[in-house]
Design a protein around this ligand. Sequence first.
Ligand code: ATP
Ligand code: MG
Length: 271
Amino acid sequence: MEQPQIVIRDLEVRYGPLHAVRGLSLTVGRGEVFGMLGPNGAGKSSTLACITGLVSPGAGQVTVAGHDVGAAPATVKALLGVQLQRSTLFAELTTLELVGLYAALYDRYPSRGEALALLRRFGLGEKAGVRPRKLSGGQQQRLALALALVNDPQVVLLDEPTSALDPQARRAVWREVRRLRDEGRTVLLTTHHMDEAEELCDRVAIIDEGRLLALGAPAELVARHAPPLSPREAGRRSPNLEDVFLALTGRTLSVTETIADEDAAWLAGAA
Ligand SMILES: Nc1ncnc2c1ncn2[C@@H]1O[C@H](COP(=O)(O)OP(=O)(O)OP(=O)(O)O)[C@@H](O)[C@H]1O
Ligand SMILES: [Mg+2]
């Protein structure tokens, strides 16, 4: 790795009795697309929240470009672009006005043309005068991505950037993420999608129950952890990150099989 851009050391997050992140350490290199992969409740969003300073860790340290998040929150904020998992966009503003508002939060005042160009980059040029609630789920997600870039950030945090998107729109987001990297930015994203992690990420951290299970390039993790496929399966597919997760936890990553017992009971109508 060249220069480290994000360093997370021995991170602990507790919400009352719930121990969400348990001694997580990892380093994201400058210019990397880095993926945090893990099931619901693994602690991915909590880790991102510590990088932004939204959540204060119970223990451990996070630095961005060498700046400690706890000690220099304003410096770190200026370096970061953030797409939250659930962004509540102000209902009464148009998408164009939102770009202006978000930019102003960073003390930036783009011209109308610059704001429009940002919307166009995400296929939202025609929606400049529209309020977010009138956008489709996928368009809202793209708007959130655009808003994450208003301050021309060095480091972009994307929490499940493709979760509500159809396959074509997912690929468009992948293209944009690669473009962010080509522009020299560092991207840290979370995902449940194995194929997304394999396709997009230079390196991946597999996280479960607040702990790091494995870290490396997708192909490296597969080579190191995936057990050999049966001859029959080997004829049909190659080993993948799903096999890695299964080998490391005994569980599949697919959402319904890995959610907390309480959630499973609720989904099954038993609660
Ligand atoms: N603000 C909060 N207050 C209390 N508990 C929380 C809070 N945020 C998260 N948690 C709990 O912490 C654990 C980790 O949650 P987190 O959102 O970090 O997981 P995640 O990996 O992002 O999951 P998902 O894939 O569902 O987004 C979960 O058990 C969750 O219920
Ligand atoms: Mg999350």
